[in-house]
Ligand binder design. Structure first.
Ligand code: FPP
Length: 246
């Protein structure tokens, strides 16, 4: 039997094609249980599985998860090590199911900064799931939006230098084409867990018209039900893109 929320989502009709999530609150979840922070990240891994399955069930086309920011490289070495270990564990554990479920995984960010073992693992997952057609799952890792925009500017400048691009032709589409997310529509809905009211250098260009949904739920406690509640709330919003309602 279909869950009530899922049924209501389908009745309402307009789905967010692209949902982005800032997964926040792992540290606080662990602290609340007097556990070291990596335990919070480990619990957060289960929530990743929850939202992937929830997105598949709802019919979301693209899911983008902020897993590790460029700023996170400044965390204590022990926590970075734990996160990198979890990344490999996630890949080893989920690779088979993700492929079977038709999920195509892409890792977006400055992947050259990853240790070689994790770099090989992310490449493995990307190539293993490349044929997935049900859900595009973007995992943003070693990612910062300003760095992404700076990189886009550099790439455009190189095209101009090669004579392949006239500066007069640099428009919004030209910039969007140089972003890691070039293949996907902009997020329609941004979810942030743990109640923080910040964008934290996440998809600044792409979120221009996204609907924002902030929940106090800490990431490890986030379930598919919470995702569906956010989608229901999105369906109640009046998106105007700067224009007036019709
Ligand atoms: C933010 O919580 C979360 C992170 C920095 C890491 C997110 C990682 C996971 C969800 C697990 C691994 C995921 C994959 C895809 C392998 P925080 O540590 O900033 O929490 P706090 O604000 O409460 O301290």
């Amino acid at each position: 039997m279909l869950d009530d929320a899922l049924q209501q989502i389908q009745l309402n009709g307009t789905l967010p094609a692209h949902v982005a999530i800032i997964m926040d609150g792992n540290g606080r979840w662990a602290r609340g249980r007097a556990l070291p922070r990596p335990f919070g990240h480990k619990a957060g891994m289960k929530a990743v599985r929850e939202v992937v399955e929830g997105a598949l069930a709802a019919g979301v086309e693209v899911l983008s998860l902020f897993a590790f920011s460029q700023e996170n490289w400044q965390r204590p070495a022990e926590e970075i090590g734990a996160l990198m270990g979890l990344l490999e564990e996630y890949i080893a554990r989920e690779m088979g199911d993700l492929k079977e479920q038709g999920v195509r995984v892409r890792f977006l960010g400055d992947l050259d900064r990853l240790p070689s073992s994790q770099r090989a693992a992310v490449d493995r997952l990307m190539s293993h799931t490349a044929a997935g057609e049900k859900l595009a799952l973007n995992i943003l890792i070693s990612y910062g939006s300003r760095a992404e925009l700076t990189r886009a500017a550099r790439l455009l400048a190189e095209e101009v230098r090669r004579g392949a691009l006239d500066p007069a032709d640099i428009d919004e589409d030209a910039i969007a084409r140089q972003l890691y997310t070039a293949a996907w529509p902009d997020p329609d809905l941004l979810i942030r867990t743990s109640g923080e009211l910040r964008l934290s250098n996440f998809l600044l260009w792409q979120l221009a018209y996204a609907e924002l949904f902030v929940t106090p739920v800490l990431w490890p406690d986030f379930t598919r039900q919470h995702l569906w509640e956010a989608i229901l709330e999105y369906q109640r919003r009046d998106r105007r893109f700067g224009k007036v309602s019709v």
